[in-house]
Design a protein. Sequence first.
Length: 472
Amino acid sequence: MKKAISSFTIALVFSSLFAAGQSPYSHDRVYAANQISNTVSVVDPQHNRFLGEIRLGKPFPTIFSPLYKGQTLVHGLRYLPQKKMLVVISIGSNSVTLVSTETNQVLKTIYVGRSPHEPTFTPDSKQIWVSVRGESYVSVIDVAKMAEVRRVPVADGPGMVAFTSDGKQAYVCSSFTPEVDIVNTETYRIIKRIPVTSPFSPNIYTSPDGKWIAMTHKDVGKVTVINTAAMSVTHVLNTGPITNHVTFSNVNQKLLMMVTVGGENKVKVFDVGQNFKLTNTIQVGALPHGIWPSADGKIMYIGLEYGDQVQRINLQTMKPMRPVQIGQSPQAVVYADRAVSDPKNIVWLSALGDSASTQVIVLTGLNHRGNAHGRLSVRSIGLTDLIEQNFTFLHPNASYTLALSKSVVPPFRSDYEINRFETDSHGKYNGQSTGLIKSLATDRDKQPYRHVILTDNRTKQVILLDNPSESF
């Protein structure tokens, strides 16, 4: 009889929940750190909709004046369910901001060293380890005290920290040094240095079973996988240009590793049980960056850096859903379980500051010759436009000019110079500049600009063009 009453009671509870319109995700939130608008966007995963923004600073270009208050280059994120607390890293203002997910208000801001990058909670939730990428240490913050209590020396340019499941070891990747440092969390000393394939590793993550740690190499388009028991590299996977973030999730009783590949607008899925075999490739929006799955392994959110959106992926079908417009230039993304007690809670959230759509321009070789490739993200910032630029497969250590041209057919003149730059030793360039692409291109009183071009400054030849098939 007791069993029957218990079953009836459970059924009644679930019926009440469904009747009230509740879902497994009603108390959850998705957060995205927006580097251009200097906000944290809040998304409701139950209805896949934007709720509002937590404003931490002024957007570009206002922050170019002296910064006395507020944060700039909002970038890194982590969430602590036990305290319903969000940790936000702002690179430009060297800050660690603690935010209540219940009230969407700042609890405290802690200032650390030059250019911090990402925060990670220890498994016991007592500390936050913040990689201070502009220096050679990890800042340890006590959660209860809300204060920095220690600095852990590591290799130059720490990118991020991942812990083993028991919390006894911290793996620290680097943005400037081709190694991973393994730190004993009791002594705070490095116990091993593991050489890796490149010096630029911005993201690192531990699998749910604690057996694996994966890290991205954004500069060479690879992912390194480390076996935590052996403390050694087992796999170096070719993933693609601008490999940004990596994560793991148990999906349909399989452990999967997911990677955002910004240069291809894809999320790539690897089956850990099949020796990290690539099993799915999901086409998504412009320049996927941050990535985070829900706890149940059924859905996942990614940030679209050039799209100013987050996009939901159904992990049961491996299909993307419609993207949600958020703040400008999302970087890190976190899925926060039980972030709010009241599903309708939107207190202290601001409306979207700039709902204008971002223009993404793709530049390819004339007549589609060669592998050289470029992408621009054009955002309105007041009276001018911010042009984020990414170029790959150019000549190494070479000089180029990005410009607008009024020419319809070759030869293409450079009529308005946007930016001059030099590539790195791999023939890549990532940077920003300001210009008047949108306003000039729509000026009806003058001859319009027809194309965006990239010129090799050595040969004076135009090598990349937007929409080359439309020109001749």
